[in-house]
Design a protein around this ligand. Structure first.
Ligand SMILES: Cc1cc2nc3c(=O)[nH]c(=O)nc-3n(C[C@H](O)[C@H](O)[C@H](O)COP(=O)(O)OP(=O)(O)OC[C@H]3O[C@@H](n4cnc5c(N)ncnc54)[C@H](O)[C@@H]3O)c2cc1C
Length: 436
């Protein structure tokens, strides 16, 4: 089922069962902590559309359930050979080959809801307690413990993770003030549907008839990505464009196909036909925020994780992957810190994650600007310039190994700054890498 280190006796309360919360839960279980997950949704629904997990996240997934989670994800993930790029008017630019799948660092791109269900079921299967319909109303902390108020009671633990998404409530306690997300200046029309109409249309059938494809069109301050998944049976597209809408109340609305068509007025007929054939779409306002000064509360017993700590632009293609890395580092640091030194472990988690995460976050802005401000004359001379970056520092990183290696040094550094009690590194057997 799942490997588990000796019990640490540390009780971790996790708020939010998104990819950050579920990964933290599974990793905390693996590292011997007690876990309770609280999620506001009353039932699990397959929400969302396309989402990506890079090789750095695949490495984490491949270790779960002795490879069984990765095996379940494979058939529902895209299996394209390349990503083809076109100028908005239909001029072909170039293609970027997809590297062959590596079982140690697999890549998964598929439907968020379907992938989420597999994570969720794995967490349940290994015995993690997940309480649905539990909306946390307040985060509380006292010396030596942290808790949450939910459904009229206060639940206490040794540490609380606020993995409660982009509109996190945990931020109030961690930062000491109310911090609102801001508009990124962009929004995304997005859709996922059965590909039958795409297959039936002579203009678009090449996108699905021979299995999975991935295609991008680049235009002035707009980009459009279309993918077919499950051997061409499902179809998904996203269209990122300027939008300064107020996001005070909500950031996801039903979209209008005619509005999406206005954004790509005069574009390649293939691209326009995809939208015309789409049954319905979502208008997803891209929420962003400046880097937070800290992810950890004063007492070191409450921390932020995933989008609550660092929302990503989709052009980084790392939002979910970085959320997963957070969970691994957190669980590892806590294991090495031990129950008597929880605050050290939590601060070390932040210290280990912060700079790497910020670097990955900036990639999203870089890629967006590279595509949205594309100079097509220059691109003609160097088509490779618009390809997605696949840097080794990001993709080939083993976040678990790194955390085991760096924890002691980081804990000592923190002690030097007078921020924590002396590091008390618990001796643990570092798990061996399991390939899927
Ligand atoms: C409904 C939904 C659909 C999404 N669709 C897509 C998509 O199609 N493509 C994509 O790239 N990204 C999508 N995302 C975002 C993506 O999942 C995240 O960017 C990324 O995976 C990081 O995950 P996270 O766990 O930090 O945050 P999230 O995935 O946002 O998860 C946060 C969780 O916390 C829960 N929560 C929030 N407040 C409370 C509270 N007070 N008490 C208890 N629980 C609480 C939420 O219900 C949610 O389940 C979606 C997110 C959501 C919530």
């Amino acid at each position: 089922m799942e490997s588990r280190a000796p019990e640490t006796g540390i009780k971790v309360i996790i708020v939010g069962a998104g990819f950050a919360g579920l990964t933290a839960a599974i990793e905390c279980y693996r590292k011997g902590h007690d876990v309770l997950v609280l999620e506001s949704f009353p039932i699990l629904k397959p929400l969302g559309d396309i989402i990506s997990f890079g090789p750095n996240a695949g490495r984490i997934i491949a270790r779960w359930g002795n490879g069984s989670v990765a095996s379940q994800l494979r058939p529902i993930s895209i299996r394209n050979k390349e990503l083809k790029f076109y100028k908005y008017d239909g001029d072909y630019i170039t293609e970027q080959k997809v590297p062959p799948q590596n079982p140690v660092t697999p890549v998964f791109n598929g439907h968020r809801g379907e992938i989420h269900e597999i994570f969720f079921e794995h967490a349940k299967k290994i015995g993690i307690e997940i309480r649905l319909g539990c909306r946390v109303l307040e985060y509380v902390e006292e010396a030596g413990r942290a808790g949450v108020r939910v459904n009229g009671e206060t639940i206490w633990g040794d540490v609380v993770i606020g993995s409660d998404g982009v509109r996190s409530k945990a931020r109030e306690l961690v930062l000491g003030y109310v911090d609102k997300p801001k508009s990124s200046g962009y929004a995304i029309y997005r859709a996922w549907f059965d590909s039958a109409p795409i297959l039936a249309d002579p203009l678009t059938k090449h996108l699905v008839e021979n299995g999975d494809t991935h295609t991008g069109w680049l235009g002035p301050d707009v980009h459009f990505l279309a993918a077919s998944i499950k051997d061409g049976k499902d179809f998904s597209w996203v269209c990122t464009h300027r939008d300064e809408a107020d996001i005070e109340e909500s950031w996801s609305f039903p979209g209008k196909i005619e509005d999406a068509l206005k954004v790509i007025d005069g574009w390649d007929p293939v691209c326009r036909r995809i939208v015309e054939l789409t049954p319905d779409c979502v208008d997803w306002k891209l929420v962003y925020r400046d880097p937070l000064p800290t992810w950890v509360s004063k007492e070191g017993r409450t921390c932020l994780m995933g989008d609550a700590a660092h929302p990503f632009l989709p052009t980084s293609i790392q939002g979910a992957s970085q959320a997963m890395e957070d969970g691994v580092v957190f669980a590892t640091c806590l294991q090495l810190a031990g129950k008597s030194n929880v605050a050290t472990g939590v601060r070390a988690y932040e210290q280990i994650r912060y700079a790497r995460c910020r670097k990955a976050q900036l990639l999203g802005e870089e890629t967006r600007d590279m595509w949205h401000k594309a100079d097509f004359d220059k691109i003609k001379e160097n088509p490779d310039s618009i390809k997605l970056k696949r840097d080794d520092w990001l993709f080939l990183f083993d976040v678990e190994k790194d955390a085991y290696e760096r924890y002691e040094e980081v804990a000592r550094e923190l002690e030097g700054k007078g921020e924590v009690s002396p590091p008390n590194v618990v001796e643990v057997a570092v798990p061996t890498v399991v390939a899927a």
